[in-house]
Ligand binder design. Sequence first.
Ligand code: ATP
Length: 348
Amino acid sequence: MFFRRFQFSRDIGIDLGTANTLIFVSGKGIVLQEPSVVAMDLERGVPLAVGDEAKMMLGRTPGNIRAVRPLRDGVIADFDAAEQMIKTFIRKANEGRGIVAPRLVIGIPSGVTGVERRAVREAGLAGAREVHLIDEPVAAAIGAGLPVTEAVGTMIVDIGGGTTEVAVLSLGGTVLSESVRVAGDELSDAIGVYLKKVHNLVVGERTAEDIKIRIGSAFPDDAHDNTSMDVRGLHLLSGLPRTINVRAGDIREAMAEPLNVIVEAVKRTLERTPPELAADIVDRGIMLAGGGAQVRGITDLISHETGILTHVAEDPLLCVVNGCGMVLEDYKRLQRVLDTPDFVRQTA
Ligand SMILES: Nc1ncnc2c1ncn2[C@@H]1O[C@H](COP(=O)(O)OP(=O)(O)OP(=O)(O)O)[C@@H](O)[C@H]1O
C-alpha cells in the first residue's frame, strides 16, 4: 500500500518559460519539454491544443482559433491561457492520471508581479497540495551547479526567450538582480528586421530563429564570419518567394544592438555589486544559462566587455528545471531558496 502511494504521488518541478516549459518529476527526471503555446477555441473558451501541437498552429489558425504564448517578455500576458497550460502540462507529466503531487516547485521570471504569482500558484494548486515559487535565476544557478547556499558571491546570467535575468547570489538569496526584456527572441527579431531592411525579404519567426541558431554569433571570428546560408522568404518588391544567401558576419552585426543591451545589464549589475562579492565573481567567473547562452561567441563577448571569464553551464536550456528538481530532491538543505507557500502566507 505504501509502495503504491510512493509510486503514484511524486513531487514536480516546472520551468515556466516564455519559450519553453519543462517538467521534472522526482524519481524520473525531466518528463516533458514543450513550447509554451496554447491554442484556444474562442467560441467555447477551451484549449484545443497545448505545447508542440499548438506551436504548429502559430500563424496558421482560422478565425475561431487563437494560438497564443501565455507568457511574453517575462510576464504573464494571458492569465487564462497560462492557467490552462500549467494544468494540462501537469496532467501530461502525471501521465493523465490526474493525481495530485505532494509538492510543486515552479520557476518563474523574477519580474512577475504579486498578482501574477498568485495566479501561477492557483493554477499549480490544481495539480499539487503545496506550491512553491522559485525565481528563475536562483533555480538556474542551482541547476548550473553554483554553490548558491554558501557565503560566496556568484553571478548567473539567464538568457531565455523573452527576458535576460542577471543576478548576484550569496547564502541562498538574491543580493541584487536586473531583468531586461531582451533575450533570444529579440536576437531573432533583429535578424528579421535586417533581412527586410537590407534585402527586402520577409521571413517568419521560425526562419529567423533558424538563421540565429545556424550561423548567428556574438563575437568577431573571421573563419565563421565568412560562412553563409541560403534563406527563403517573401520578396517585398516582387511579392514572390525568393532565396538569398546571407553571410554570418552580417547576421552578427544585425544582432549587435540587442546583444549590447544584454552586456550593459551585466555591466550595470557588476557596478552595483558589493566589493567582497565582486571579488568572488572575478575569481569564479560569470555563469551563463538559458537557450540564448548557446549563441556562438557570447562568452567571448561578455568576457571581452567585462574583463571577467565567462562560462556556459552544461545543458543551459535545462538549468532552471534541473534546479527545481534539485530543490525537490534535497529539500531540507535547499528549501530556504523558495518563496513562502500560499497556505503559510495566509496564516502568517
Ligand atoms: N542553439 C541555439 N543557439 C542560439 N539560440 C538558441 C539555441 N537554442 C535555443 N535558443 C534560443 O533560446 C531561447 C529560448 O531559451 P529558453 O528556453 O531558455 O527560454 P525560456 O526559459 O522559455 O524563456 P524566459 O527565460 O524568457 O522565460 C529562444 O530565443 C531560442 O531561439
